[in-house]
Design a binder for this molecule. Sequence first.
Ligand SMILES: N[C@@H](CCC(=O)N[C@@H](CS)C(=O)NCC(=O)O)C(=O)O
Length: 305
Amino acid sequence: MGVMINGTYHAEDPGPDTSSGGEFKRAEAKIRDWITPDGPFTPDADRYHLYVAWNCPWAHRALIAREMLNLKPAISVSYARPRRTDQGWVFDDTGEFSDPELGVSAIHQVYAYQSPGYTGRCTMPVLWDRETGQIVSNESADIIRMFGTFNNAPDLYPENLRPQIDAWNDRIYPTLNNGVYRAGFARTQDAYSTAVAEVFETLDAVEAQLQKTEFLAGDTLTEADIRLFPTLARFDVAYHYAFKCNIRRITDYPALWAYARNFYARPGIAETVRFDVYKNGYHSKSELRNPLGIIPAGPEIDWRI
Ligand SMILES: N[C@@H](CCC(=O)N[C@@H](CS)C(=O)NCC(=O)O)C(=O)O
């Protein structure tokens, strides 16, 4: 995978930024327009298209929000092939990994429509506006919030719970959602040790909260839960082994494991999850982490309630 400079894609991979002491730094999303009733991007059905990859936990948030906010009929989706190439996330000509919207063969071709020319990484997820022929946003946190403005669907960011939701989001993003990547992509023992300790401190704090309340922010399912679940779904099958996050498993946490299975059992959620793809994707051949590309056999986990 490469990078785009002024609208032109360069396949040479500059690699993740680990400039400070071997620590992995995820690049900030750069296209951050908003859907609002005042426009220019208005919350209309059949106007927007979502580009995702099954493996990507940030894209997974968007798929869950689309499901829970009843936006499946209004927002269409293209799924990239499970593995990236030097072209980044790529698509087939036909079948489950093709792009019915623009017929692109790589996500960088969608970024190439951006005016003025885009410079940055060509990440998933992408929310595409077919009316203006532009990307609205490539930031999942914004995309799920915008999805909440579409109709009278459940409010995932209720006013009275915002302080708790914001506090969990602020804690969980750096130390857990992205913390597992900071552990897995660390280039030094110190960077890994710091990251992995933070992953498990946060899981312990989440467990303590879920011993007291049904959801992170209290008795109501909110955006904070939607942002937590993709990490839980990938944890035991991928992060535990591939990213060396192996102090405990999600199945070792009684309240968290019950919560994860209950979330998975909610209508439509299992269809947003692909454990097989996670296992293959995160254990795919990597010079640094898995040079032979051998996929582990286990673990065997029963997600049913
Ligand atoms: N802040 C972004 C992060 C998205 C992101 O980093 N996606 C990864 C996949 S999990 C990606 O597409 N990376 C491709 C690249 O960096 O070239 C979001 O939450 O939407």
